[in-house]
Each structure stands twice: as structure tokens, then as C-alpha cells.
Design a protein around this ligand. Structure first.
Ligand code: MLT
Length: 270
């Protein structure tokens, strides 16, 4: 069921949703990548991680969340996440972010370290954009404004998915493209500006003191495994796993492997 807090749409799964007293197991909060929506977490929402309360939400400007004026920053997305956690009475969460979701999780770790019970960083990195990437964001904004989301979806899935997924899993390709087509152009352009202006979180990785799992598709072309290796190296005690047969959307491209790793990590948390 879809609900909303402060213009942010979310849904919950797990027997803990609303029913169990807060604090028994820290809820799992899933943060999607650009320019997708909470729907990308379908295999994880269906996984029932031992009944752990699981929340997936749409980042502002994506899915069913409000678009507003389209002027976003990663810090605004973090404000939205903090308000969502407050609204859901979640004091500490296992934050699981993919790509842009990882940037949001890492900035949350800097601003609100006490709200974290654990971190799962998927297909993401800590470095800010270099000039070439910023220029690429500007080109993407122009393309979206000129040609719309359907055209953008056609090209974006080619880089987001592994060659294997593109060749053998047409249903995953269509699912990913359908989420992009459903994203408001103003929301996507606002997100591109937020991504281009984000801060670099590398310097604070060594201060992360919660259990951390780093997952990355072995064939990720957008945030290749080298960035994940650097994260796992810099975060004390972090564990790195390469997701085989997967590109940038590792949770969707190889959900069995991804869920098994996530389930084992969650089960080991105290
Ligand atoms: C994402 O998947 O969130 C984006 O591709 C991240 C990025 O472009 O940096």
C-alpha cells in the first residue's frame, strides 16, 4: 500500500510494519537510484527478511513522490529521508542505497550517524562528480528537455544493465525502462543537478562505525567495482561482494544472489 509523508511516497513490507514495538530489529530502508523509483526494490520487498520491517520510498521527484519546484540537492534528499524516518517513528535504520541512493545514505551517515544501525551500499561510490561527469549531466538535462523520458530510457538502460541482462532478460530491461518513463522530466533534471552538485563523502568513510555491506554488479558500467572496492577498503570492517551476472541494477539483475547476501548480512546484525 502506498502512503505519503511530507510529499514522499513509501510502502512497507514485513511483519514488523506497524505491528511490532519499534527497536526489536532496526527496519530496512531502501533508497533507489536515478532515475528509477521504489518499484526497483520489488525483489527485496517480496523477500521477507525474517519479517524485518522493510520500507521503500520514492526519492523526491521520482515515482509517486512530489516533484515540487525541481530544485534539489542531495542534502534536501537527506532532509526528506530524516523526515520520513521521524514520521515512521524509526530511530535507527539499516539504510540500503543503490547508486544515487548510496550517495544519499553516505551523506546521511555524515549528517545523522546516530540514525544508522547498519549500511548497505550498492553500485555506488563516495567521490563527487568530476568536470567531465558534470558536463555529461548537463547534456542529459538537455536531452530530457528536448526528447522526453522515453528516449532517455532507451539509452539509459543500455548503460545501466549488463550485456547479459540486455541479451537474456527482456522483462528486466522493460521493467527498468518503464520506471524511467514514469519519472517526471522535472524530477529527473532536478536529480541530475543534485548529483552534479553533491559533496564528496570519501573523507568521512573511516568514521563509519556501523556494520557495512558493499555490493556491486560485476559488470557495472556506471559505478564499476573499483569504486566499491575503495568504499569497502575505507569503511572499517566493511564486506565487499561482487554480484555475478549483473550490471548497475544488481538487485534486479541477480535478485537471488543479492537477496542471499543481504539476508545473511541482516541475520548477523545484533
Ligand atoms: C544512479 O543510478 O543513481 C545514477 O546513475 C548515479 C550517477 O549517475 O552517478
Amino acid at each position: 500500500m502506498v502512503s505519503g509523508i511530507n510529499g514522499i511516497a513509501y510502502e512497507e513490507a514485513g511483519s514488523g510494519s506497524g505491528a511490532l514495538p519499534a527497536g526489536r530489529q532496526a527496519p530496512l530502508v531502501l533508497i533507489h537510484g536515478f532515475p528509477f523509483s521504489r518499484k526497483m526494490w520489488k525483489p527485496q520487498l517480496e523477500a521477507h527478511f525474517r519479517g524485518r520491517r522493510t520500507v521503500a520510498y520514492d526519492v523526491r521527484g521520482h515515482g509517486e513522490s512530489e516533484v515540487g519546484d525541481g530544485r534539489y540537492t542531495i542534502d534536501l534528499y537527506v532532509d526528506d529521508l530524516a523526515a520520513l524516518l521521524d514520521g515512521l517513528k524509526i530511530s535507527r535504520a539499516v539504510l540500503c542505497g543503490l547508486s544515487m541512493g548510496g550517495y544519499i545514505a553516505l551523506r546521511t551517515a555524515e549528517r545523522y550517524p546516530d540514525r544508522l544501525a547498519a549500511l548497505v551500499l550498492c553500485d555506488t561510490k563516495s567521490q563527487a562528480d568530476n568536470d567531465e561527469t558534470k558536463a555529461g549531466r548537463a547534456t542529459a538535462i538537455r536531452e530530457i528537455q528536448r526528447n522526453g523520458m522515453a528516449k532517455f530510457a532507451e539509452t539509459f538502460v543500455q548503460s545501466a544493465l549488463s550485456d547479459e541482462t540486455l541479451a537474456k532478460k527482456p522483462e528486466v530491461v522493460e521493467f527498468a525502462a518503464s520506471m524511467i518513463r514514469a519519472t517526471a522530466p522535472e524530477g529527473a533534471c532536478g536529480a541530475l543537478r543534485a548529483l552534479a552538485s553533491r559533496t564528496d563523502t570519501t573523507a568521512s568513510l573511516s568514521k563509519i562505525s556501523v556494520p557495512t555491506l558493499v555490493l556491486v554488479g560485476a559488470q557495472d558500467k556506471i559505478t564499476p567495482p573499483v569504486g566499491a572496492e575503495a568504499l569497502a577498503h575505507a569503511i572499517p570492517g566493511a564486506r565487499l561482494e561482487l554480484v555475478p551476472s549483473a550490471g548497475h541494477l544488481s538487485n534486479l539483475e541477480n535478485p537471488d544472489f543479492f537477496n542471499a547476501e543481504l539476508a545473511a548480512f541482516l541475520a548477523a546484525l545484533r
